[in-house]
Design a protein around this ligand. Sequence first.
Ligand code: NIG
Ligand code: FE
Length: 413
Amino acid sequence: MATTLIKNIKRLVGVRKENELLRGNKLAVLDSVENAFLLIEDGMISSYGEMKDMNRSLLHIPDQVDASGKFILPGWCDSHTHLVFAASREEEFIDKIKGMSYTDIAAKGGGILNSAKKLNDTSEDELFNSAWKRIQEISRLGTTAVEIKSGYGLTVEGELKMLRVIKRLKERSDLLIKATFLGAHAYPSEYKNDHKGYIDLIINEMLPVISKEKLADFIDVFCEKGFFSPEEMETIVKAGASYGLKPKLHVNQLSSIGGIESGIKLKALSMDHLETMTEGDIKKISSSDTIGTLLPSAAFFLRMDYPPARKLIESNAAIALASDYNPGSSPSGNMNFVVSLACIQMKMLPEEVVNATTINGAYAIGLEKFTGSITIGKRADLILTRQISSLAYIPYSFGTDLINKVMINGDWK
Ligand code: NIG
Ligand code: FE
C-alpha cells in the first residue's frame, strides 16, 4: 500500500468534515489547520491534524515530505473549459486590439465558426495530442479536476470526434475529467436560416450516439443573442435530459435575454459567465439551487465588465470560479490567474476564492464526493506551495509561480 506523509505543513487549507455547497457568507469560511500533518494511503486522504497530535509511529514511513513554511490546498477544480481545440486564434486577438468586437468577429465567420472549421479538418489523434499537452500544462498549474466541452465540431462527426477525444483523455489521465456536450454552441453557416434543422440534427443525430457511447456527462447551450434563444435552449436541454444529461449553461455573457429564468426552470446544475446580469437575474439565481460559475479570465481577455461577484454573494448565491480555457475568449487555463483576478477585479476575499475554485467547483461538476477539499476518504488531489507568508500572498503575487508540486490521486506530478 502506497503511503505518503506530509509533515510540518505551515497551513493545511480547506479541511472539511462534511460536504456542503457554500453560498453567501459561508463562502468566506475556509477551515484550516496550522502546523499540520497529512497522511495519504492508496491515493486517498486517510488522516490529518496538528503535528503535536500526530502518532509518532508515522515518522517511520519511508515516503515523507517536509512542508515547513509551505501551504497545502485542495487542487483546483476547473468546472468550465473548452480545452479540446484545433488551433489558436491570435489573428482575432489582433483584430480586437484594432477595435473589432467579439460580436463583429463572430458575424464575419470568425470566432466559434473559425474554430469549428479548423477542428473538422483535424484528425482525432492530433486533437488528442494537443489536448493532452494542455491537460499536462494545467495539472502542473494545480488543476486536479476539469470539465471539458465539445462545441467546436458543430457537425455530427465533429462533435462526436471531440467527445471521443475527451473520453480518451478521461481514460488516459489521472485527473478527474467530466465531459459536456455543447453541440449548441453556434449555428453553422448552412443552418443560419434553419435553426430547426440544426436543432433536429442535435436531437436526432448527435444525442442518440452520445448516449449509446456514453460520451457526455452534461449538456450545454450558448444562450445569447445571435446564438440560441431561451426557447431553443429549452428544447435542446429537454432532449438531453431524456438521455440523463444534466444542464450546465452559457448564459448572460453579452446580454440578458431570459436565460437565467429558463436555466432555473430546467434545473441547471450551473449557469456560467453572468457578466451581464440585471438585479432580477441576480435575485433569481440566488434563490435557486443552480450554481453561478464566474469566468473572470474571459471578461479580462474580452475587456468586459466582470460578473457581479459581490452582489451574488450578498444575495446568497452559490458561486464557483473557472477558467473557460478556450482559443477565443480565454486562451489560458491557469487557475492561479483566475484566483488573482477574482480578488483583484471582483473583490472576492482569498478564502472565498479558494472555496469557489475547490469545493464549489467540485459541486459544479458533480465531483464533490471525490475531491474539492481535505476530507478523509477523498482523493489526495493537492497543491503544495512554495514557502509563502499567508493565504492572501497567493492572489496578491499575481503571475508568480508559487506551486512547488501537485499531487493527483496520491501521486506527485
Ligand atoms: O465560453 N461564449 C461562448 N463560448 C466560449 C467562447 C468560444 C470561442 O470564442 O471560441 C466562452 O467564452
Ligand atoms: Fe465557455
